[in-house]
Ligand binder design. Structure first.
Ligand code: ZN
Ligand code: ZN
Length: 268
């Protein structure tokens, strides 16, 4: 079984390739399931005033969903497409987020924390903000937001749960207890997380999350799915063989997949 549950496409403004190119690439690679999971449109900041290319405009969302379902039908004999959304968690905007999640028949919704207030901690154009802040404080705020995201009940799994390490900024003080609290909240919510392989091509130089966190997930029975976070068709499923091998090595025997918001475990 080869699946990829975290992908983007040209609509978001910082990825290349049409949805159909990802589907064709998935077929070429022999994926059994392909999850389409583009970014939720910006809600809490004015897209016209913010940095460009953050996410698809709100009016594109219905077109994205419609196209994804059309492709699922068109290619159903060759690949099993699952239609998802990488839903941001933004504190204070829960009602608006819930409205978007309720409005479409998603197979799954990923809960990702990118924003701390108006700062997108995953945007390479906003790295200067680290200079204004205490790294431990940033990690602490980030993991607090992850816990809140888990408690909303909006999401099927948390995306790149330790993405705060992405650019290599690390507090001197240990952050393991913050990571553990976030995983406890995931466990309490009965959610899964993903092993997001894209960290391997970033300054963090390791997948999201760390092996230590994966081992805790295994110990605590938190299910894992996998995703490449591809922003170009050529990167579809990139490093996922490594991701699957790592999970096996740790002792996982199944992967989480999602259909109409139901989790289905498949043999790894
Ligand atoms: Zn993106
Ligand atoms: Zn993300």
């Amino acid at each position: 079984m080869l699946i990829d549950y975290h992908t983007h496409h040209v609509r978001c403004g910082h990825a290349s390739g049409e949805l159909e190119e990802y589907v064709q690439k998935g077929i070429e690679l022999g994926l059994t399931q392909l999850g389409l999971s583009d970014h939720m449109p910006l809600l809490h900041v004015d897209p016209a005033a913010y940095l460009p290319g953050m996410a698809m405009p709100m009016e594109e969302l219905p077109r994205y969903v419609e196209e994804a379902f059309r492709l699922r039908q068109k290619y159903k004999e060759q690949i099993d497409i699952r239609v998802g959304l990488e839903g941001d968690y933004i504190e204070g905007w829960e009602a608006e987020i819930e409205r978007i999640i309720q409005a479409y028949p998603w197979d799954y919704v990923i809960g990702s924390v990118h924003f701390l207030g108006e700062w997108d901690i995953s945007d390479f154009r906003q790295l200067d903000e680290w200079k204004n802040r205490d790294a431990y404080e940033v990690y602490s705020q980030y993991y607090d937001a992850v816990q809140k995201a888990a408690r909303t009940g909006f999401y099927d799994y948390i995306g790149h749960i330790d993405v705060i390490k992405r650019f290599g900024f690390k507090p001197e003080r240990g952050v393991e207890h913050l990571e553990n609290e976030a995983l406890k909240a995931v466990k309490a919510a009965g959610m899964a997380i993903e092993l997001n392989a894209s960290g391997l091509r970033m300054p963090a130089n390791e997948m999201f999350p760390s092996r230590r966190m994966l081992e805790l997930c295994h110990e605590w029975g938190i299910p894992l799915t996998i995703g490449s976070d591809a922003h170009q068709p050529d990167r579809l499923a990139q490093y996922l063989d490594q991701a699957a091998a790592l999970l096996k090595e740790i002792g996982f025997t199944e992967l989480a997949t999602f259909n109409q918001r139901k989790r289905i475990m498949l043999a790894l």
